[in-house]
Design a protein around this ligand. Structure first.
Ligand code: MG
Length: 457
């Protein structure tokens, strides 16, 4: 059986790997999976090829007898929110999220507003490869595609309604928003403006060539955005990825802050402000243990999961006991709104947090325990990577270990995560330590183990 879905939908280089033919057949498989008469909402980000892929998917959906509603240009979390709260059976989002500009992709959204679970991706793949397409009778093909241009409006209102507007308005914040020239530009500035915030945008016009920066909001891509934050003396900056489900913050000192540090601030704020909320935070093993340092004293348990936001979302949906969920890359999930990563909601929560404190954002980040972070990767086969994982377990015997995805070793003053990549022949290494020396020492240990494994046949 072939495989189409990666960790986050179907992705490929536009017109080379992700062709209209493939999109058409995938649309037929998705339509067959949802069933005749289902109401499906489809939207896209600004990427090149978006209209082409969307038209092909729509043709496939219609062929199977599905009723299609077109949301136009919209962030993934906006489409997800509307699928969840309005009368839709599912959704399709045309996006390659944070990937470089030559990529596009297709995500399938369940009626819960969460990407369909892994086992349902397999079902869609089976229909696709076995060509078990349902072809509707002509009498089911009488429906036109209906424009549904309300998604961004519904979403902006929903986000704004979930925070303390008056509290935020009083502060007269000034912020920089960098939506990476994509669909976050249609919603995040509006969210901030409705909260009385003065908004300056960087990379704020829609442009599929991504002239300002690559769509992945990582420090290397955000130097100009940081400069903008400093030059206008903003309270902070926020940068999204291509479909605006991720939000990475830049503090008032122009420092780009990782998503796990931001999530730690937000989770602590929510736990204190809402003592009635559940006491569990869900995240992947790739997040910093700083979250445990800060939340344990507040009686909040951190639940460590495999890497991948979809698994975090479905675990939260099943257990219904999450204060919040997050990924270290800037994906934050706020259950009273929805259980998926949501860049606009994260921005609104950050504004409320800052409005409730009489401190600068840089001070809040500086109050968190400081660690020295190293993230790296070593090319090797999955088999070898698994061997390295076993040897690392052996080396750190006696330490607390989480083995749900590779191995994460946790001590009082450091943690190390070693795991095979889910998508590429790579060993991923992430570690944090209280000092730079300790961090380098830990990296050496893991590198030596990896070298030994690579030498052995
Ligand atoms: Mg994304």
């Amino acid at each position: 059986m072939g495989k189409l879905f990666g960790t986050d939908g179907v992705r490929g280089i536009i017109n080379e790997e992700l062709t209209p033919e493939l999109a058409l057949r995938l649309g037929m498989a998705i339509g067959t999976y949802f069933g005749e008469g289902s109401k499906i909402l489809i939207g896209r980000d600004i990427r090149a090829g978006g209209e082409m892929i969307k038209a092909a998917v729509i043709a496939g959906l219609l062929s199977s007898g599905v009723k299609v509603y077109d949301a136009g240009l919209t962030p993934t979390p906006a489409l997800q929110y509307v699928v969840k709260t309005m009368d839709f059976d599912g959704g399709v989002m045309i996006t390659a999220s944070h990937n470089p500009s030559k990529y596009n992709g297709i995500k399938v959204i369940s009626s819960y507003g969460i990407e369909v679970p892994r086992e349902d991706e397999r079902k869609i793949e089976e229909i696709f490869f076995e060509q078990r397409f349902r072809r509707a009778h002509w009498t089911a093909l009488i429906h036109d595609v209906k424009p549904y241009p309300y998604v961004n409006d519904i979403y902006v209102k929903a986000v704004v309604d979930k925070v303390d507007k008056e509290l935020i308005r009083k502060k007269e914040f000034r912020i920089v928003i960098d939506p990476a020239n994509s669909v976050g530009a249609l919603t995040s500035p509006r969210i901030a403006k409705e909260l009385g915030v003065k908004v300056y945008t960087v990379n704020g016009h829609l442009d599929p060539t991504f002239p300002g920066r690559e769509p992945e909001p990582i420090p290397e891509h955000l130097t100009e955005t940081s400069k903008a934050v400093l030059s206008i003396n903003a309270d902070f900056g926020v940068a999204h990825d291509g479909d605006a489900d991720r939000a990475i913050f830049i503090d008032d000192k122009g420092r780009v802050q990782w998503g796990d540090r931001t999530a730690t601030l937000l989770a602590k704020y929510l736990a204190i402000k809402h003592p009635e909320f559940p006491k569990k935070v869900y995240t992947a093993v790739s997040s910093s243990t700083v979250i445990e340092d800060v939340l344990k004293p507040l009686g909040i348990e951190v639940v460590w999961l495999k890497v991948g936001s979809v698994d975090i979302s479905w675990t939260m949906e099943r257990n219904k006991d999450a204060l919040c969920g997050f990924e270290e890359n800037g994906g934050f999930m706020y259950p009273p709104h929805q259980l998926v990563r949501d860049g606009g909601m994260t921005l609104a929560l950050m504004l409320e947090l800052l409005a409730s404190e009489n401190k600068k954002l840089s001070e809040l980040y500086d109050e968190l325990p400081q660690y020295h972070l190293i993230k790296t990767k070593i090319p090797m086969s999955r088999d070898k990577a698994l061997k390295v994982v076993e040897r690392v377990k052996e080396h750190f015997k006696g330490y607390r270990q989480i083995t749900i995805d590779g191995v994460k070793v946790i001590s009082n003053d450091f943690w190390v995560l070693v795991r095979p990549s889910g998508t590429e022949p790579l060993l991923r290494i992430m570690l944090e330590a209280k000092t730079e020396e300790k961090a380098k020492e830990l990296l050496e240990i893991v590198k030596n183990i990896a070298e030994e494994v690579l030498k052995s046949s």
